[in-house]
Design a protein around this ligand. Structure first.
Ligand code: ADP
Ligand code: MG
Length: 228
């Protein structure tokens, strides 16, 4: 469960302080699919960064599975993030001089997956994003869409329970984008992974169980489906 309680985030010093998030509160049950929507500059990415412990809140608390970021050391947050969470950001961090296989292998080392299981995990993730045939190709030689898919393979390879995706389909054509979304929704179904997706896509947002709508850094509306 993710609990966001009275979270505010400001940038800059007193005189020209900018309030990117204003008193945000909500709860996300395990295994749900959540969309964060709102205009450009409304605070979607900032909210995702604060929710995932990448940036500290200025006020308020974020609790994930009973762990309060505020009370944790930076190093413990890093370990928690590496083992329990996964991130798909628009500016994907892939190693251009390593092959697809090597890129997808990286998180398994950090997440401490047993050595003899790793190749199997990597091959399954590459297959899921239809990059099996690029396994031995250097990432630098992939197209933009292939790099995005590689980033997604890397994000899902250790079968994380909590996935944060910031406009994961933003740079993709609609067919590839749909494929990636199906892949993420499938992880939710098979592993019960919680998905938190920032998106501009209204149709995609409408398919999510919870929509958190932001306006100027504040919650405009929270729309829930069914009996959540
Ligand atoms: P969104 O993802 O919805 O487009 P962001 O969360 O990236 O919006 O940004 C929300 C607001 O906070 C924007 O006005 C942005 O300029 C500001 N902002 C984001 N990060 C920083 C930062 N590191 N320093 C100062 N202002 C920032
Ligand atoms: Mg953003």
């Amino acid at each position: 469960m993710i609990e966001v309680q009275s979270v505010s985030k400001s940038y800059g010093k007193k005189s020209n302080q900018f309030h990117a998030l204003k008193n945000i509160s909500f709860t996300i049950p395990d295994g749900s699919i959540v969309a964060i929507v709102g205009k450009s500059g409304s605070g979607k990415s900032t909210l995702m960064h604060v929710m995932s412990g990448l940036e500290p809140a200025s006020e308020g608390t974020v609790t994930i599975n009973g762990k309060v970021f505020e009370n944790m050391k930076a190093k413990d947050i890093d370990v928690f993030r590496a083992t329990e969470m996964s991130f798909i950001f628009q500016s994907f961090f892939i190693e251009p001089n390593q092959t697809s296989f090597q890129n997808v292998m990286l998180p398994l080392e950090i997440a401490m997956i047993p050595r003899n299981k790793r190749a199997e995990y990597v091959n399954a993730a590459l297959e899921a994003v239809e990059l099996s045939d690029k396994s031995d190709v250097k990432a630098a030689n992939l197209s933009g869409g292939q790099k995005q898919r590689l980033a997604i393979a890397r994000a899902i390879v250790h079968k994380p329970k909590l996935i944060f995706a910031d406009e994961p389909t933003g740079n993709l054509d609609s067919a590839t984008g749909e494929h990636i979304i199906e892949l993420l929704f499938n992880l939710n179904k098979t592993l019960g992974s919680t998905l938190v997706i920032v998106t501009h896509d209204r149709e995609l947002a409408a398919r999510c169980q919870v929509q958190i709508k932001l306006k100027d850094g504040a919650i405009d509306e929270i729309v829930k489906k069914g009996n959540l």
